[in-house]
Design a protein around this ligand. Sequence first.
Ligand code: TYM
Length: 331
Amino acid sequence: METVVSGIRSTGKLHLGNYYGALRNFLKMQNEYNCFFFIADYHSLTTHPTPSDLHGNVKQVLVEYLAAGLDPDKSTLYIQSDVPEIAELYLFMNMNAYLGELERGASFKDKIRANPNNVNAGLLTYPVLMAVDILIHHATKVPVGKDQEQHLEMARTFGNRFNNLYKTEYFKEPYAFSYAKDLIKIPGLDGKGKMGKSEGEMNAVYLSDSPEIIRKKVMKAVTDGGPTEENQAKPQEIQNLFDLMAVVSTPDTLAHFDGLYNKCQIRYGDFKKALAEDMINATKDIRERIDDISADTDLLRKVALQGAEKARASAAKTVKEVREIIGFRNF
Ligand code: TYM
């Protein structure tokens, strides 16, 4: 059976981008593959969270994993920092990752542009750590959104480079995966880029947002003055709302509003109301489970310990084998 690895950084509440890009695939994959799903708390250190923020955010992601329906008896659910073998393999793999290729990484460039005062080495070598997350369990499928595609390419590069250096076929090639035809990119509500945690509270719809908040955010989403000619192309901000509707609503609802748009009869107020209600419905089951799971510390502890044990067994085996391949003491 193929192995699957994926993770979400512990940087706060999960939004619709995390759900449709990643988590929804996890839910289906847990029934079909040998899955490892984790909370990337080492990765989240690049932005220097306080200890209490870190603690709260790790818990939040675990709660939302469970609320969404991830089953700790079907897949291995763990917290990255509970598996110190990851840090050891990261040290080894850093030796084969070159400055130039890391500096050219699109996500590194975005991050230093957004925050030029915090260009730390962890940001630079972020793709190495991510490659290690995947390679350490020999995963071949990695369910992620479109924004992670380049990181997967780098993971293949680092694994292959290790194989070439040590003349082995030890690491397998991992590929980004989605059940959808293409990798998903969920837009935000600001009319510009993707939905994200750092693009402002009003840009993202969180799985934990109340119906009132979802309505408020969607009603405030950026639109234009409306179509003036039949069948005209949609500007970015309107296309974004249609893209959101395509994931949360039925094809009939989407076709209905698309038809109205094309005939210049769309009323954005009605369109947004329908979009908000469908978002509320799409997230209802998860939202309603969050509080109860969050209060159940025994459950969370049990899940984390059980996952850590399974993930460590798998990771320790890899690190032991890698140490042998590299040639560390064997006497
Ligand atoms: P992170 O925490 O930024 O996002 C977690 C997952 O959510 C997806 N995602 C989106 N998908 C579609 N549209 C969006 N607007 C959107 N926003 C986020 C991301 O593609 C991702 O799948 N580097 C990773 C975490 C990570 C990881 C790994 C993933 C660390 N190690 C190993 C896979 C395998 C990240 O920062 O994701």
